[in-house]
Design a protein around this ligand. Structure first.
Ligand code: PEP
Length: 242
């Protein structure tokens, strides 16, 4: 399965999200092999899922995070059960902004992973090295450590997102991404692997050709429906420059 995921982060109100979906639908993207997911804010889930159902828009919703605890006195948190209840099937776990801005540890991400499985959510596990790690060529040992808690597990989807690439306009060389693809295929042969970090209609062209890569997690370039559809078109037809 191939995936293209729009991570809206803390952007788009309900009204803006609805406009986005209407525009997306009116542009009639041609999709033959890609599963398209949109990760909006929690407040948009219910209204967007209604529009998706009513207009039969071929996208699924994805949560940006869940709480590591089941329920109780955790002010400001949203549980896996609550996400499952509204019909959402996917959840991003361990996004670098969660790790670095909100100090999420591998231990906490592991608890969230188990919680996602308990509520039949499909976790998309994000991982990736920081700039100093990249500069000192320690990426593989760093991500080995990050993913240690998944030893013996078979997570369905991973997203490799170098921290220094997110939102910066910088991307790793193709051979560097290929090294991570090979590493992941050796260690998690049954899992899908996505790339994320400054993907836009230009950068996607060469990355989409990497064998073994199953899709993209996109932040900035997913915020406008028209740009996101360009990415979709490039991904579906890697030789097409539009
Ligand atoms: C992200 O935050 O998941 C991401 C990949 O962001 P951007 O595409 O803006 O680099």
């Amino acid at each position: 399965m191939k995936y293209l995921i729009a991570n809206w982060k803390m952007n788009h109100t309900v009204a803006q999200g609805i406009e986005y979906l209407k525009e997306y639908q009116s542009l009639q993207p041609k999709i033959s092999k890609t599963k398209v997911l949109i990760a909006p804010s929690y407040t948009s889930f219910f209204p967007l899922s209604q529009i998706i159902q009513k207009e039969t828009i071929p996208v699924s919703l994805c949560a940006q995070n869940i709480c590591e605890f089941k329920r109780g006195a955790y002010t400001g948190e949203v549980s896996a059960e609550m996400i499952q209840e509204i019909g959402c099937k996917y959840v991003l776990l361990g996004h670098s902004e969660r790790r670095h801005l909100f100090h999420e540890s591998n231990e906490s991400i592991n608890k969230k992973y188990q919680m996602a499985l308990d509520y039949s959510l499909i976790p998309i596990i994000c991982f990736g090295e920081t700039l100093p790690v990249y500069q000192t060529k320690k990426t593989v040992s760093y991500i080995t450590e990050q993913l240690l808690f998944l030893k013996g597990e078979k997570p369905p989807i991973f997203a490799y997102e170098p921290v220094w690439s997110i939102g910066s306009g910088l991307i790793p060389r193709i051979d560097e991404i290929e090294t991570i693809v090979d590493f992941m295929k050796q260690n998690f042969p049954a899992s899908s692997l996505l790339y994320g970090g400054s993907v836009n209609p230009e950068t996607i062209q060469s990355i989409a050709k990497i064998e073994g890569l199953d899709g993209f997690l996109v932040g900035g370039a997913s915020l406008q429906a028209v740009t996101f559809i360009k990415l979709l078109s490039s991904f579906e037809n890697p030789g097409n420059d539009r």
